[in-house]
Write a protein that binds this ligand. Structure first.
Ligand SMILES: Nc1nc2c(c(=O)[nH]1)N[C@H]1C(S)=C(S)[C@@H](COP(=O)(O)OP(=O)(O)OC[C@H]3O[C@@H](n4cnc5c(=O)[nH]c(N)nc54)[C@H](O)[C@@H]3O)O[C@H]1N2
Ligand SMILES: Nc1nc2c(c(=O)[nH]1)N[C@H]1C(S)=C(S)[C@@H](COP(=O)(O)OP(=O)(O)OC[C@H]3O[C@@H](n4cnc5c(=O)[nH]c(N)nc54)[C@H](O)[C@@H]3O)O[C@H]1N2
Ligand SMILES: [Mo]
Length: 788
């Protein structure tokens, strides 16, 4: 709250634009994508700067695309550039020469900025200088870097315990920064390191570590080119990993079949016009899914069990031809108990629960039955489900039956989100570090790291709300808009003594802040990073465990930007002073020195500095990929897991809602207002519904409605949405995040991984009532009065 008693809005304004709905597309990319990519650069006014950078993106010796974590081909890279439309948009977003300076903040109060949409907030350009918001302040004001670090140090050192601070990371942070950042948090004395993985692929790591002994995917890009079947479940590659489309295309041309499992027929699952091939731009492209299964939201467990049941049936008829009995005997444990459970299941019931007909389930099972090389790819459609961990373990069960892990052309492929989210984890950004990892740090650096596990995202929010965490430091990201239960989370943030965001662009977390707040601007992936007169490179790890260098080329928009490693080192020196046993000064100016120390602390990084300079980088060791499954419980055996079938009961007037991304956003950064492949234009406040549900409820497409959630007996309201008729299973709905995060209870989490279950939100939909704003005000008031 500022001194006028006005509270900056934690949400996008409740206003509608002018929806145009043109119907679902059947293929992704092609000419419109190329046009869109370049038009974004022009819109940002940076055609020459941007195009030059575009050609360096994902090239050897160039920089890693800041958008997604899909790997680059090991050898032949496209001469046109290894980028996609959405990578180009991410670049346009960074490469803009527009700046947000002290003068801008002087003119615009925090309150006024918060009344803009996320799309508008993002248009102002790159953050150009460090800014400070004093207690009760209405406007951010400039602060020197030294004073900013002094402020942080004062606050951190005034805490009763280091565990009253939390250090968040979003997935763009380089390996070098990540390592130093976690090292600082540990030397300061806490494992409170919530990160975006806690909302993204924590579920994958959790399930895979327990079953395969490696919390990451097991396939390489080459595996896609020579495989029998690729299953894509709960993922939208056309929008969220467009370069994956080229791999699917190549696999398909080499004879692979594709099964797509998704409540909605996403264009990128159906067909692909490759914009980087001439025939993709002007020709016919290629159809992708050989079988599309429109599963109900969270019907995937029933679907997987149905396929397993059918495979078991086939195996009984052709013993030894469907299951890999040799692999099962040598490499797994728990087969008999696993098979026994199928006595309790029947196909009709599973078909009904999944929403897929027995005939289609039969076809899916047949496509898998006599094939040995199967790849399963997945995204947030599974990881953000309450039983996501179990569903991923069920995928592992299926692959174990087929002996389809740890051999070429087969395995698991969780498609990571942020471009270095996997690297952050490898660099020990984790609220639950292992004893071995901590022992190693102790041995190398000579301080005693904290052993007590820290807070993940959901626990950190609750701890802030309970005033157990008083300082939040964010290395990138947009904490407020990425997290669930917006009203509750905003309250939690407002109770902080200090919130600090290291950012490239303005976002809502800067506007919904602690009693004092700092914005620290930094270089982005495409920016030239000069240290001691020399251009530097950083390194990242992609979705397939390849570590590569990345060197920006664009002149930074302001000479006040410093890189993230310097931010960490200067914060560490200001905070720890002579308490520290680490030579932060050395690391502040020397990436090679950081990599040398990483090489000593983290297995797989031996000789880091030499190998990272190889043009294609290097693969990290991955025992599961080699067919060795070393879990906590078993030596070289992967366990079959017994999982439960969820009971998904909805009341008569309830619907299930999944929150997803549009084609024109990168998480909370909104590039534009067109969800092109879904044919939804110029509106984000939409709720996609089945026409039959629309009719049954007496609504019409285009009608204004309000959305409600009642978890924990609290009324959560998202006012003013428009209905779009959409091919989605009955009783299922889809909306865009972050607009509907307000409906996701902080307690609606994935069992085991504790991630918000943002694809499984029970809602009610009512005709829009203009008086609803009074209820919204009341909802906010209640929250504030609870906050005290
Ligand atoms: N352009 C762009 N690229 C991105 C991002 C971005 O925002 N924009 N974000 C990045 C990040 S951090 C991530 S994690 C990834 C996310 O990439 P995705 O995992 O593709 O993310 P979502 O858009 O959340 O969509 C998930 C898909 O799951 C489906 N789905 C929903 N519920 C269910 C279900 O119950 N079962 C099944 N089988 N499917 C379901 C939805 O229809 C949707 O197609 O993308 C990364 N890349
Ligand atoms: N309801 C719902 N909620 C979700 C999801 C969902 O599907 N549904 N998805 C979840 C997922 S998968 C994820 S990964 C999270 C994402 O959560 P976050 O990672 O926290 O969010 P982003 O939107 O990626 O962060 C954008 C901000 O990062 C900053 N930034 C960009 N590049 C850099 C950089 O190079 N350095 C620094 N320091 N800052 C930079 C910019 O200031 C920008 O405003 O959201 C989660 N939230
Ligand atoms: Mo993500």
């Amino acid at each position: 709250m500022n001194k006028d008693n006005k509270i900056p809005s934690a949400e996008n304004p409740f206003k509608l634009l002018n929806l145009k709905s043109t119907g679902v597309k059947k293929w992704a990319a092609g000419v419109p994508a190329v046009m869109a990519a370049f038009s974004d650069l022009f819109e940002e006014g940076v055609p020459v700067r941007g195009t030059k950078a575009l050609f360096k993106m994902n090239q050897k010796g160039g920089f890693d695309c800041p958008s997604c974590a899909w790997p680059d081909p090991d050898d032949d890279r496209s001469v046109v550039g290894e980028y996609c439309e959405n990578g180009a948009k991410a670049l346009a977003e960074e490469a803009t020469t527009k700046k947000v300076t002290a003068a801008f903040f002087k003119e615009n109060s925090v309150y006024d900025l918060a009344n803009l949409t996320d799309f508008e907030i993002g248009r102002f350009g790159r953050l150009a200088e460090p800014m400070y918001l004093p207690q009760n302040g209405t406007h951010y004001q400039p602060i020197s870097w030294d004073d900013a670090f002094k402020k942080i140090a004062e606050h951190l050192n005034a805490l009763d315990s280091p565990n009253e601070a939390a250090f968040y990371t979003s997935g763009r942070t380089s390996n070098e920064t990540s390592f130093l950042y976690q090292l600082f948090a540990k030397e300061f004395g806490t494992n409170n390191m919530p990160d975006c993985s806690n909302m993204c692929h924590e579920t994958s790591g959790f399930a895979l570590l327990a079953t395969l002994g490696v919390g990451k995917g097991t396939v390489k890009l080459d595996d896609f080119y020579d495989t029998d079947v690729i299953v894509i479940i709960g993922h939208n590659p056309g929008t969220n990993a467009p370069r994956m489309m080229s791999a699917l295309e190549k696999g398909k041309r080499n004879g692979a079949k594709i099964i797509a499992i998704n409540p909605v027929p996403e264009a990128g699952l159906m067909g692909f016009h490759n914009p980087q091939h001439l025939d993709g731009v002007v020709g016919h492209g290629i159809s992708l899914a050989d079988l599309y299964l429109p599963v109900k939201i969270n019907g995937d467990m029933a679907l997987l069990k149905a396929i397993e049941l059918l495979l078991l049936d086939f195996e009984k008829k052709s013993p030894g031809q469907v299951f890999d009995l040799d692999f099962i005997a040598k490499k797994t444990i728990g087969y008999d108990a696993f098979i026994e459970q199928f006595n309790d299941y029947n196909l009709e019931k599973l078909a009904e629960e999944s929403g897929i007909s027995p005939a289609d389930l039969y076809q899916a099972a047949q496509m898998l039955a006599f094939k040995k090389r199967i790849i399963f790819c997945w995204g947030m459609g599974l990881t953000q489900q309450p039983n996501g961990v179990d569903m991923l373990k069920e995928i592992v069960n299926l692959l174990l039956l087929k002996g389809s892990i740890g051999k070429p052309g087969a395995g698991v492929c969780p498609v990571r989100g942020h471009s270095n989210v996997q690297g952050n984890r490898t660099m020990l950004i984790n609220e639950k570090p292992t004893e071995e990892q901590l022992d190693r740090l102790k041995e190398v650096f000579g301080f005693e790291p904290p052993r007590q596990h820290g807070y993940d995202v959901v626990r950190a929010i609750k701890a802030m709300h309970a005033e157990k965490v008083k300082v939040l430091f964010c290395m990138g990201g947009n904490f407020l808009s990425a997290t669930p239960d917006t009203t509750y989370t905003a309250e939690a943030l407002r109770k902080l003594r200090l919130s600090v965001c290291v950012s490239t662009k303005l976002n809502r977390t800067h506007l919904v802040h602690g009693q004092e707040a700092l914005i620290l601007p930094t270089l982005s992936r495409s920016d030239l990073d000069i240290v001691n007169g020399e251009p530097q490179f950083i390194s990242t790890e992609n979705s397939m465990g390849v570590v590569q260098s990345s060197k920006g080329i664009l002149k930074p928009v302001s000479d006040q930007l410093i890189n993230e490693t310097q931010i960490v080192c200067r914060m560490a020196m200001a905070t720890l002073g002579s308490r520290s046993v680490i030579n932060w000064q050395l690391y502040a100016n020397n990436y090679d020195a950081i990599r040398d120390i990483i090489a000593r602390c983290i297995p797989g990084f031996e000789d880091y500095n030499t190998r990272v300079r190889q043009s294609s980088g290097f693969y990290l060791p991955n025992a599961a990929r080699e067919g060795k499954f070393i879990t906590k419980k078993y030596i070289d055996r992967a366990p079959f897991t017994l999982t439960a079938l969820p009971e998904n009961l909805l009341a008569g007037d309830e619907y299930m809602m999944a929150t997803v991304r549009t084609h024109d956003q990168f998480n909370t950064t909104i590039y534009g207002l067109e969800d092109r492949y879904r044919g939804i234009k110029n509106e984000r406040r939409v709720v996609m519904m089945n026409q039959k549900d629309i009719d049954k409820a007496g609504f019409t497409a285009g009608q204004k409605v309000d959305l409600f959630n009642y978890d924990d007996d609290i009324e959560r309201i998202a006012p003013l949405f428009v209905i779009v008729a959409y091919p989605i299973p009955e009783k299922n709905t889809m909306t865009y995040f972050p607009e509907t995060n307000v409906l996701v209870s902080i307690n609606n989490v994935v069992a085991g991984s504790n991630m918000p279950a943002s694809k499984f939100v029970k809602i009610k939909i009512r005709k829009h009532n203009p008086a609803i704003y009074q209820s919204v005000d009341k909802m906010l008031e209640d929250a504030h009065s609870v906050a005290g």
